[in-house]
Design a binder for this molecule. Structure first.
Ligand code: HEC
Length: 518
């Protein structure tokens, strides 16, 4: 019994010994520097000790308040894959480090700072569409620019991976990706002499379908194996890019990269908004000056649905938005709660594991708005009547779902394995395709773990390749495994820092995942 007391006493000492080289730099390189580097979207770089120290007081406040890293969903309501959050222990470590005068520690133990410029996660894309060089001038305020990019596809394809790659990370705040089979976006683009055309709420075309959302710090959007979002033959891809105010003459060349499904049969994944401003329980969406109304919507599913993710959307008067589902047996499934809606941090949030909504499940949403001057984002001073529309001064209420029809076992498909401490709770029998899960931790310093699943006993090969496709490490060479989940522990050893891929191959099926060796 006595030894337990020692452990309790020692914990505060351990956390007060935090230093930059061994504790804080590894944490910042994982949680902060994807935005906080020179040329990134954040105003300060935390790649170097000196720069981080110069901002220490502010860092302490922002992490204690939970404002940084930015992660809009309420994690006490529901959890998502790849959450950009700190644990309480990590917050305490940062605070202790600042309180103790930001010690540097032994610089020989510090990891090498990661590099971010132009590193695409999707190598060998099947289609790349890039906007014409666009001179961003936003001294008059935020710019929302749509670019219509013909795909030239002669046959329909299914997108298995999609990645928006900003031309200049310091000026691109979000990218919404749509596909459209009408001629309207191209016409709108042609009418404006500069590249693209201005539109705030969407693309200006009713037939546009959302197919992806990129926010700073986000990498490729990857669908589970054998699932894909349809890109019709002849489709035009429309990128809506948000450039924050205050930029003078910076040229942007944002591109979007696609990988198409190659499996013989691909399950179509849909993105649509069954909860929307056209079907409100207490519509229409009309907001009086100085009012703070809440609008409600619901929708009952006519069939079994597998949900992959969710993306709420409102404009500048939006304050909070919540969505949940109630099954026919009255189980409530919390989906998302955004307690402080911020138009500038839109996201498409993936569930750590796919969710099953059985037939007869009702989806609900409640969205509240603030049309008073207490709302610092109110575009009207004095406040004015605000209605449904696409302009900055209009409003919207949409909850997009990423979904497909349900097949048995879908609820066991994991989108972020690092989220689950162990695999004890997974029902092994029902996942039926080969799965390679995200490496963790990632970025990797030395040791890391790779989890995979095989539906049948097989010989498995696994290797690490570099960006040129050269094999640098063999982890498994035709090694026999029984059906089920398996974990491989490995070590990057003496390999140079940089971007790598882990490649799994099982009976001719090949899967790969990115590794950042930092
Ligand atoms: C997804 C991008 C992103 C990530 C990740 C991120 N930040 Fe930020 N951070 C920003 C942006 C953008 C701003 C400036 C605008 C704002 O405050 O929202 C900012 C502002 C800040 C500020 C205030 C800037 C100042 O002048 O002092 C601090 C402090 C800060 N971040 C700390 C952190 C820390 C610490 C982490 C990691 C634990 C982190 N941030 C992770 C995007 C990010």
């Amino acid at each position: 019994m006595k030894s337990h007391w020692y452990i309790l006493f020692f914990i505060p000492f351990i956390s007060s010994a935090q230093n930059w080289s061994e504790n804080i730099a590894p944490l910042f390189y994982q949680k902060c520097t994807q935005c906080h580097h020179t040329g990134g979207i954040a105003p300060t770089s935390y790649l170097d000790y000196q720069d981080a120290v110069a901002d220490a007081a502010s860092i302490r406040v922002k992490v204690q308040q939970g404002k940084m890293p930015p992660w809009p969903p309420d994690t006490t309501y529901s959890r998502f894959a790849h959450e950009r959050t700190l644990t309480q222990q990590q917050v305490d470590d940062i605070v202790a480090w600042v309180q103790n005068g930001t010690p540097e520690g032994d610089t020989l133990l510090a990891p090498i700072p990661p590099s971010y410029q132009g590193v695409a996660e999707i190598q060998n894309p099947d289609l790349v569409l890039q906007i014409p060089p666009f001179a961003v001038n936003s001294t008059g305020g935020d710019v929302y620019r749509c670019f219509a990019l013909p795909t030239g596809l002669s046959a329909q394809r299914f997108i298995s991976q999609l990645e928006a790659l900003p031309g200049d990370l310091s000026v691109v705040h979000h990218v919404l990706v749509f596909s459209d089979t009408s001629a309207l976006p191209l016409q709108l683009d042609a009418q404006d002499p500069a590249p693209g055309y201005s539109n705030f709420g969407g693309t200006g075309s009713n037939s546009s379908q959302l197919i992806g959302v990129w926010a700073p710090g986000g990498g490729a959007y990857t669908l589970p194996n054998a699932m894909g979002i349809k890109l019709p033959a002849g489709a035009t891809v429309v990128l809506q890019v948000h450039y924050p105010g205050g930029i003078t003459n910076v040229t942007d060349t944002t591109q979007v990269r696609f990988k198409f499904s190659t499996t013989p049969f691909t399950r179509e994944v849909f993105i649509s908004s069954p909860l929307n401003h056209f079907q409100l329980d207490n519509g229409p969406l009309a907001i009086a000056p100085n009012a703070t109304p809440t609008f409600y919507a619901h929708y009952t599913l006519p069939l079994n649905v597998t949900a992959l993710g969710v993306a709420p959307h409102m404009h500048l008067l939006g304050k909070t938005i919540t969505s949940y589902a109630v099954t026919p047996t009255y189980d409530t499934i919390p989906i998302i709660h955004l307690p402080n809606w911020d138009f500038h941090w839109q996201g498409l949030y993936s569930f750590p594991r796919l969710l099953k909504f059985p037939t007869g499940t009702t989806l609900y949403a409640a969205a509240s708005y603030d049309n008073t001057l207490n709302n610092p984002n109110n575009p009207n001073d004095p406040p004015r009547w605000t209605y449904l529309g696409e302009r900055t001064t209009d409003e919207m209420m949409l909850v997009y779902f990423v979904y497909t029809y349900y097949l048995q076992g879908d609820e066991n498909i994991v989108q972020d394995s690092s989220f689950f401490a162990g695999f004890e709770s997974l029902n092994h029998e029902v996942v039926r395709t080969v799965q390679l899960y995200d490496v963790f931790p990632n970025p990797v310093q030395e040791r890391f773990t790779v989890n995979f699943f095989i539906p049948e006993k097989s010989d498995v090969s696994m290797s690490i390749i570099d960006m040129e496709g050269r094999k640098v490490l063999d982890l498994l060479d035709d090694t026999f495994f029984n059906a089920g989940f398996h974990a491989v522990e490995a070590d990057m050893g003496e390999q140079p820092k940089g971007l790598y891929f882990v490649v799994l191959s099982v009976d001719g099926i090949v899967r790969q995942k990115k590794i950042i060796h930092a």
